[in-house]
Design a protein around this ligand. Structure first.
Ligand SMILES: Nc1ncnc2c1ncn2[C@@H]1O[C@H](COP(=O)(O)OP(=O)(O)O)[C@@H](O)[C@H]1O
Length: 326
């Protein structure tokens, strides 16, 4: 861990200046977002740094908790020994990251926790989809990348994220749950450079379940909520566990507005899984070595997994905030 951090800090100026250079050269001025253009000569990385710092002040309880590398079982064990203080969500400034393969449920659980903890859920996939459905200059380019299951360049993602953080800053947001970022070690290094992450939750499901979940995913084009029409009943083989998940069906008013993501086809999902294993799995190691990674094997669908996740995080569900989106 020490070696990684030392190496990282030695490389920091290079990462920043390289990223600045690439962001400046790979994005022509027309491609820079208006928010960034309006920040005058502020380079993208400086903007991200400023925006993250403005919301960075992690709670000591969360920091104490997250300095450990915890498996779910270890978290339960530690909690039973009263080693982990119970987190009081009120007034905390959480800076959490959700990692996990496509379809694992990062959006579902991150958005529930966001409502519970009162911090914004920022999903870079949503930022990409918003941009590609706009008539902006990046839209065509993004569509091509996403529909091949590939990753968008770090520079474009950082620009979209800065724009989102800037918007949040004007609304007085603080803290965040990041979903879908960082997805490469380089993104993780940049994030480490600009702010302190308290906790990284790594959600896990077997790969055959992930494919079925992606193929069954439906989104309401009006309210934006995610549903799933798949009934999953996978028998464990070679040491893997049995997984059953009931479908998560939409309410009647969403039924006629359901859409499928254009990248949720079998071929593209398999490519996204391949790219996750190649580019994003090393991000798990990056945070594991810093003692910030909490592994969480989802035991099933939301009814089984949500209480267990709260338990692993040592959180109590707050009555008036239970209506988080599914
Ligand atoms: N941090 C990121 N870096 C690069 N590309 C990203 C990032 N976040 C999202 N994307 C792009 O947006 C697409 C959709 O992202 P997301 O909704 O998070 O999907 P997934 O279900 O694969 O986790 C990705 O396949 C990728 O093309």
């Amino acid at each position: 861990m020490g070696a990684l951090i030392r190496q990282n800090s030695v490389n920091r100026p290079n990462i920043i200046s390289r990223c600045r250079k690439q962001a400046e050269t790979s994005l022509s001025p027309q491609l820079l977002t208006p928010a960034l253009e309006s920040s005058n000569t502020l380079p993208p990385m400086a903007a991200v740094t400023r925006l993250f710092r403005s919301s960075a002040s992690s709670s000591s309880a969360a920091a104490y908790f997250t300095r450990r590398s915890l498996t779910t079982a270890a978290a339960t064990e530690l909690r039973s020994q009263s080693c982990i203080p119970r987190i009081d969500p009120k007034g905390r400034n959480f800076q959490w990251v959700f990692l996990g393969c496509p379809g694992v449920g990062k959006g579902t659980y991150a958005s529930r926790l966001s409502a519970l903890l009162g911090v914004p859920h920022i999903a870079t996939g949503d930022l990409v989809r918003e941009e590609l459905s706009s008539s902006g200059p990046l839209s065509k380019q993004l569509e091509e990348i996403v529909n091949q299951g590939k990753l968008v360049s770090d520079e474009i993602i950082i620009n979209l994220l800065s724009k989102r953080l800037e918007m949040g800053e004007t609304k007085g947001e603080s803290g965040f749950i990041l979903d879908g970022f960082p997805r490469t070690v380089r993104q993780a290094e940049i994030l480490t450079e600009v702010t302190d992450i308290d906790l990284v939750v790594n959600l896990k499901l077997p790969e055959n379940v992930l494919l079925e979940k992606c193929l069954g995913r439906r989104i309401c084009s009006q309210c934006g909520k995610n549903f799933n029409v798949a009934t999953i009943d996978v028998k464990g083989e070679n040491g893997t566990r049995d997984i059953s998940m009931a479908p998560l069906l939409p309410p009647p008013n969403c039924v006629s507005k359901l859409i499928t993501r254009s990248d949720d086809t079998e071929t593209i999902v398999k490519e996204r899984l391949r790219i996750y294993n190649e580019k994003s799995q090393p991000v798990e190691d990056f945070y594991r070595s810093q003692g910030k990674l909490m592994e969480f094997d989802l035991p099933g669908g939301i009814p089984e997994s949500w209480p267990k996740l709260l338990e692993a995080l040592n959180l109590d569900e707050n009555e008036d905030k239970q209506s988080a989106a599914a």
